[in-house]
Design a protein around this ligand. Structure first.
Ligand code: FO1
Length: 324
């Protein structure tokens, strides 16, 4: 699987439940690291941590990110010193994760080793690996009347958390073109039986993973069947800012347009199968015409059971595709 943050994490949790009783099944999750940010000298990896905390039972389920039973004393102390940024909240428990990560990185361990070490505490039941050990950071170009050309690029977290997703002109995964896939990334894709593209953001989660040279080609050429789940239901993202960012890359905010953007593998694209929400069943026929086996099923993962049912649908479609 490829994965961003909350949507990906909920899907993986459902997948783990759907695979209960199948001890032969091994799941590898390739996590997006382009949301990562250095703050107060600490390396913060929101998507890796969201997956780790969600599967490990340590997530704050209301927010969908950060630790359960969190306290915010360090944040309050930093604010009392007047230190910026004050718009990004690092909780006290969460900071421990960033301290361990940053200490290990400082000692020379690559992010992939650090992630493995952090995950050892949480017993995820899946293997979580970063898309790359190299630094990649999504920057978003927005309007800024104070600049000579009227524009400015900001870090993705500033775009999303501080500015609340204003209109954007471009999304740039800075560093992606020089990044190498993390250890195990290409092998996991090549050796898989089933490859899943969950309902994560196609631009700043899945798009940035695919921007690492070699990853998209590995998906195109894997002998696995590749099944994706639409992150768009009835013209809106289930959560997040995909509606703001899809138009920036010229893609309409519909389940059909996202599938066309990924493309059918039979036509040089990335997907063999695609799930749209039951309410988007009008997208099925046009996508089948494009060579994509498409089904309309309930996509909302409002609770653990619905996440399991969605994952079971993905596995069912994958089985059908594998049988040819
Ligand atoms: N999201 C917010 O809306 N506000 C925050 O202050 C915030 C802090 C934060 C700290 C650690 C972490 O792992 C995630 C955090 N997030 C916060 C979520 C994050 O900004 C995004 O939702 C993801 O990067 C998108 O996948």
């Amino acid at each position: 699987m490829l994965s961003g943050g909350i949507g990906g994490a909920r899907f993986i949790s459902g997948l783990r439940d759907a695979l209960d009783g199948r001890p032969d099944a091994e799941v590898t999750v390739i996590g997006n690291t382009a949301d990562d940010i250095w703050l107060f000298g600490l390396r913060v990896c929101p998507d890796l941590d969201t997956v780790m905390y969600t599967l490990g039972g340590g997530i704050d389920t209301e927010r969908g990110w950060g630790r359960a039973e969190e306290t915010w004393h360090a944040k309050e102390e930093l604010a009392a010193y007047g230190v910026e940024p004050s718009w990004f909240g690092l909780g006290d428990r969460d900071i421990a994760t960033h301290l361990v990560r940053t200490q290990m990185l400082g000692a020379g361990f690559p992010l992939s080793d650090v992630t493995e070490a952090l995950c050892a505490r949480w017993n995820l039941g899946v293997r979580l690996i970063p898309m790359t050990d190299d630094r990649v950071e999504t920057h978003v170009v927005i309007d800024d009347a104070g600049q000579p050309d009227g524009r400015r690029a900001v870090h993705f977290q500033e775009y999303w958390v501080r500015l609340q997703a204003p209109p954007a002109h471009a999304v740039i995964p800075v560093g992606a073109e020089d990044a190498k896939p993390g250890p195990g990334v290409l092998e996991a894709i090549a050796d898989a039986d089933v490859m899943i593209v969950p309902p994560s953001n196609p631009v700043v989660s899945i798009g940035t993973i695919l921007a690492v040279p070699g990853v998209a080609d590995a998906v195109r050429t894997t002998s696995a069947v590749v099944v994706g789940v639409s992150p768009i239901i009835g013209g809106s993202p289930v959560r997040g800012m995909a509606d703001r960012l899809l138009p920036v890359i010229g893609v309409d905010v519909t389940a059909q347009a996202v599938a066309e953007h990924y493309g059918a593998r039979s036509a040089g694209g990335l997907l063999d199968g695609w799930l749209v929400d039951a309410s988007d069943d009008s997208a099925v026929a046009p996508l089948v015409d494009l060579g994509l086996v498409t089904r309309a099923v309930p996509l909302l993962m409002s609770d653990r059971e619905l996440s399991r049912e969605l994952a079971a649908e993905v596995l069912d479609l994958a089985d059908e595709l594998r049988r040819g």
